[in-house]
Design a protein around this ligand. Structure first.
Ligand code: HEM
Length: 435
């Protein structure tokens, strides 16, 4: 039995989402769950007039209904709201709607199967141990900057078939992208200073991905490996070769989806562990419970908070008269805490049975990378607990996303622990070897 209450934040009096609500206001981040709870109970489908107006869907059944009805709620503008000033960069499959979406998902789903991910768990294990070796002797670490962020970045790059040593350059781009709603808060002057540099880094990623794809396309299939790039090179859909440019859009989607989600999810889990020694001890003694810990953590603090859908026709959803063209944000984080769906939803309880959540989405766009994310999170927690004892996180030095773009969680988790020895249990090419 391990239960803790997440009460302090929720206990503060808060107003539900109203016409002035801004999910990118730094005041919202620390109170996000309380605001979403209040909106779910007092309003159901809320409305803000900012950014041209948008709806926020908070109840589990409503979130599910929207996610399962792509004919009424399109993904064509991508998941982030408001859109990046330079326009949404093409991502496949997340910006597609059925029926085209289904063709691409058919192509991609086998690449993410539990079997495929299981075969690669050794690689994830080695990356974890390499990263732990870099800080384990010192007795202190920022578990986000030195562990969860590089882990998610290196795993994603190696899975793609790109060089994991580049993770630092690309992490910067991915942070900006995942929280790009924040760009809406930048002054014109700041935009002028920041956006060209950001676009340059993104372009560098695209150029490298395109070169790797061309290299794979030039090799005969039997000389290609297991990476995503090697496996999609030359792919056909309905007997037609997928154009090179569209393949780069697939790589872009995996890149943007793989970095910040898993890294913040793991950092948020380590924060919880570092504040609860009893929980650490329980999981060290029972590593088979790490899966339950991961799932309940994903439920109670969803790394994906709000995602955009665009209404294609007029729809009545509860109290809301949604018009064609309206922006509709659905909240996985709120759905996960709906008391109509979960008993004692604000209580963290790894003994729930079954532990389920909508953090990987629902419906036609359900996360393609969920098996990969689960493998990374499970091994990330297990190896850290095996190698590092008595982790203590200093809440004063932890930094959580201040505003709520698409991805949400801890971005700095500093802590201490008794120094331990390096193990060196990884190959020399741990950052850049083939997937
Ligand atoms: C804890 C980690 C993760 C969470 C919480 C998460 C969450 C989500 C959610 C909520 C969606 C649905 C989007 C929608 O309805 O429009 C989604 C889609 C997607 N995710 Fe993840 N994700 C995670 C990790 C990953 C990883 C590691 C990858 C790949 C390396 C990945 C790849 C994708 C892709 C490709 C899609 C688009 C699927 C489609 O549009 O059909 N995700 N993810």
């Amino acid at each position: 039995m391990h239960k803790t209450s997440n009460a302090p934040d929720e206990a503060r009096a808060v107003l539900p989402i109203g016409p002035d609500f801004d999910q990118h206001d730094p005041e919202f981040g620390p109170r996000a769950y309380a605001v979403l709870d209040a909106s779910r109970e007092a309003v159901r489908v809320s409305r803000s007039e900012l950014y041209g107006g948008f709806w926020v869907v908070t109840r589990y059944d409503d979130v599910k209904a929207v996610a399962h009805d792509p004919s009424a709620f399109s993904n064509c503008r991508g998941p982030v709201f408001p859109e990046f000033p330079g326009g949404t960069s093409e991502m496949i499959p997340i910006t597609l709607d059925p029926p085209e979406l289904m063709s691409y998902r058919k192509l991609l789903t086998p690449l993410f199967s539990p079997k495929t991910m299981g075969r690669r768990s050794q690689v994830t294990d080695e990356i974890c141990n390499y990263l732990i070796d870099q800080f384990v002797e010192s007795g202190e670490a920022d578990f986000y900057g030195q562990y969860s962020s590089p882990l998610a970045g290196i795993v994603t790059l190696r899975f793609l078939g790109m060089d994991g040593t580049d993770w630092k350059n690309y992490t910067k781009v991915s942070h900006a992208l995942s929280e790009k709603g924040e760009f809406s808060k930048l002054s014109e002057e700041d935009c002028a200073g920041f956006i060209p540099e950001f676009m340059e880094s993104l372009q560098a990623f695209f150029t490298q991905a395109s070169e790797n794809l061309k290299d794979a396309e030039a090799r005969p299939p039997h000389e290609r490996g297991e990476s995503l790039i090697d496996r999609i090179a030359g792919a056909e859909i309905d007997g037609q070769e997928v154009p090179h440019e569209r393949l780069t859009h697939i790589v872009n989607n995996i890149f943007q989806a793989g970095f910040d989600t898993s890294s913040m999810a793991l950092a948020t889990m380590i924060y919880r562990l570092g504040r609860d020694n009893e929980l650490q001890d329980l999981l060290r003694a029972n590593p088979d419970r790490v899966s339950d810990f991961v799932e309940e953590s994903l439920r109670i603090e969803s790394p994906t908070t709000l995602m955009l859908k665009t209404a294609t026709r007029d729809v009545v959803l509860g109290n809301a008269e949604i018009k064609a063209g309206d922006s509709v944000l659905i909240s996985w984080a709120s759905a996960n805490r709906d008391p109509r769906e979960y008993e004692k939803p604000t209580e963290f309880d790894i003994d729930r049975s079954p532990i389920r959540h909508s953090s990987f989405g629902l419906g036609v766009h359900r996360c393609l990378g969920s098996n990969m994310a689960r493998t990374t999170l499970k091994i990330g927690v297990t190896e850290l607990l095996r190698r590092v004892s008595d982790i203590r996180i200093d809440p004063e030095r932890a930094v959580h996303s201040a505003t709520c773009g698409t991805v949400f969680g801890y971005r700095r988790v500093e802590g201490t622990f008794p120094p331990a020895a390096r193990e060196g249990s990884y190959p020399d090419d741990v950052l850049s070897g083939p997937w």
